[in-house]
Design a binder for this molecule. Structure first.
Ligand code: PLP
Length: 389
C-alpha cells in the first residue's frame, strides 16, 4: 500500500525551475566528455584562507564546542561582529540586541518574512533578484510585488513607480547592493531615500549586503545603517561566504533594529539550534584577521573582471566594468533571448553562463557571468566565443 504524497500549495507557488534546460545540457555535455567552462554559479573557486581553517581545527578538537550552541550565537562572536561593523562602516551596534548570527545569510533572508509577514501582506522585491526574497515571501503567505531594476536607473528601484495599491498592503522591502545579478552598487543617498520612503509608508527594509566586501578600484560599498535612521526601519544581512571563500561553511549574520532581530531570532529558535561553535570561532578569526586575505581575493577577481570585460568589449558586446561583486551582467547581442544565447554557448562552445530571466522577468535581455574560474579559463572562453558561428 502506498500513500498519496502531494506537494503543499506553497511549493506549488514556486515558479518553474528556469535553469532546468541549462542543467540538462550541462549534464549531456559532461557525459560526452566536453571540457566545460562553468561561469554559471556564484561560488568562489578559491579555497578558504588557511588561518581560518586552522582555527576550525583547533576549535573542533575542543569537546566544549560539540554541544548545542546558543541560538543567539556565542557572545564573543557577536562582540567581534560589533567591532568589525564599527571598523568597517563606522556604525556602533549593541552586540546583545542588534546582532544575530545566521547559518548563512540565505537562511536569515528566507526566514525573515515568517517573522513579520501575514497572509496577504505585500513584500516589495527587486527584479531581477536573488531568488529567496520571493520564495521566503511566498512561504510566509505573502504576496510579491516587484520593483523593476532598469539599466537607465543604475539598476536601482524607482520608488515613485511603486503601485499605490500594493504599497498600501506592503510591510517589507528587500534591497540588495552590491547587487546580484546586475553587479550594481548603491550610494548612501539611495539608502537615505529608501529609509525616508520606508518611514513615510511604514515599511521594514531588509538590506542584503552579502557582497559588501567584494568591491574594486578602491570603491567601498556603504551600509543601509549608514543612512540616518537606517536602524529604525531596517535589518541588514551579511555573509562570510563570498568575503572569505566560505560558502560551504554556512555562516553569516543579521544586524539592525533590535525588534526585528528579536523577531527573527524567535522564528529561528523554533527551527534551528545555532551554528556549530567551532565555525563561530573560525568566523571570529576571519573578521578579526581577514583584511589581507580579502585584499588578495579582490585583486584576483579584479584581474578576472578586467580580462572578461575587455575581452567581451573587443568582441563587440555591450558590457561595463562593475564596481563590485564577482558578476558581469552583459546585454545579450541582438537576435537572441537570454535563454537562447545560454543554450547556444553551452551547445556550441561548452560555456555555462546564467540567463538573466532566471532571476526574474526583468532579467530578460541579459546574461550573468560569474568570474569564478581562473583568468586562463576566461581567456579560453573568450577565444571560444570569438570562434562561434
Ligand atoms: C551568495 C549570496 C548570499 C549569501 O548566501 P549565504 O547563505 O550567506 O552563503 C546572499 N545574498 C546574495 C544576493 C547572494 O548572492
Amino acid at each position: 500500500m502506498t500513500i498519496t504524497i502531494n506537494p503543499a500549495e506553497r511549493l506549488k507557488k514556486l515558479p518553474p525551475y528556469l535553469f532546468a534546460e541549462i542543467d540538462r545540457l550541462k549534464r549531456e555535455a559532461k557525459a560526452k566528455g566536453k571540457d566545460i567552462i562553468d561561469l554559471g554559479v556564484g561560488d568562489p573557486d578559491i579555497p578558504t584562507p588557511a588561518f581560518i581553517i586552522e582555527e576550525l581545527y583547533r576549535a573542533a578538537k575542543d569537546p566544549s564546542n560539540h554541544r548545542y550552541a546558543l541560538d543567539a550565537g556565542m557572545p564573543v562572536f557577536r562582540e567581534e561582529i560589533a567591532r568589525w561593523y564599527d571598523k568597517r562602516f563606522g556604525v556602533k551596534l549593541d552586540s546583545q540586541t542588534e546582532i544575530l548570527p545566521l547559518i548563512g545569510s540565505k537562511e536569515g533572508i528566507a526566514h525573515l518574512p515568517l517573522a513579520v509577514i501575514n497572509p496577504g501582506d505585500v513584500v516589495l522585491v527587486p527584479d531581477p533578484c536573488y531568488p529567496p526574497y520571493k520564495s521566503g515571501t511566498w512561504f510566509a503567505g505573502g504576496e510579491v510585488s516587484i520593483m523593476p531594476l532598469e539599466e537607465e536607473n543604475g539598476f536601482l528601484p524607482n520608488f515613485a513607480e511603486i503601485d499605490p495599491s500594493a504599497l498600501k498592503e506592503a510591510k517589507l522591502m528587500f534591497l540588495n547592493y552590491p547587487n546580484n545579478p546586475t553587479a550594481a552598487v548603491a550610494p548612501v543617498e539611495f539608502y537615505q531615500d529608501a529609509v525616508e520612503y520606508a518611514r513615510r509608508h511604514d515599511l521594514i527594509i531588509a538590506s542584503d549586503a552579502a557582497y559588501s566586501e567584494m568591491a574594486y578600484d578602491g570603491y567601498r560599498p556603504v551600509s543601509l545603517l549608514n543612512a540616518k535612521c537606517g536602524k529604525d526601519v531596517g535589518i541588514e544581512f551579511h555573509s562570510l561566504s563570498k568575503t572569505f571563500n566560505m560558502t560551504g561553511w554556512r555562516v553569516g549574520f543579521a544586524v539592525g533594529n533590535p525588534e526585528l532581530i528579536k523577531l527573527l531570532a524567535k522564528v529561528k529558535s523554533n527551527i534551528d539550534s545555532g551554528i556549530f561553535q567551532a565555525i563561530q570561532f573560525a568566523g571570529i578569526r576571519a573578521l578579526k584577521d581577514g583584511d589581507d586575505a580579502v585584499r588578495k581575493n579582490i585583486a584576483v577577481y579584479q584581474d578576472r573582471r578586467d580580462v572578461l570585460v575587455d575581452g567581451l568589449e573587443k568582441l563587440g558586446w555591450k558590457v561595463s566594468k562593475p564596481k563590485a561583486t564577482f558578476y558581469v551582467w552583459a546585454s545579450v547581442p541582438a537576435g537572441y533571448t537570454s535563454a537562447e544565447l545560454c543554450s547556444k554557448l553551452l551547445k556550441d562552445a561548452s560555456i555555462v553562463v546564467t540567463p538573466g530571466n532566471g532571476f526574474g522577468a526583468n532579467g530578460e535581455g541579459y546574461i550573468r557571468f560569474a568570474c569564478t574560474v581562473s583568468k586562463e579559463r576566461i581567456l579560453e572562453m573568450l577565444e571560444r566565443i570569438k570562434n562561434l558561428k
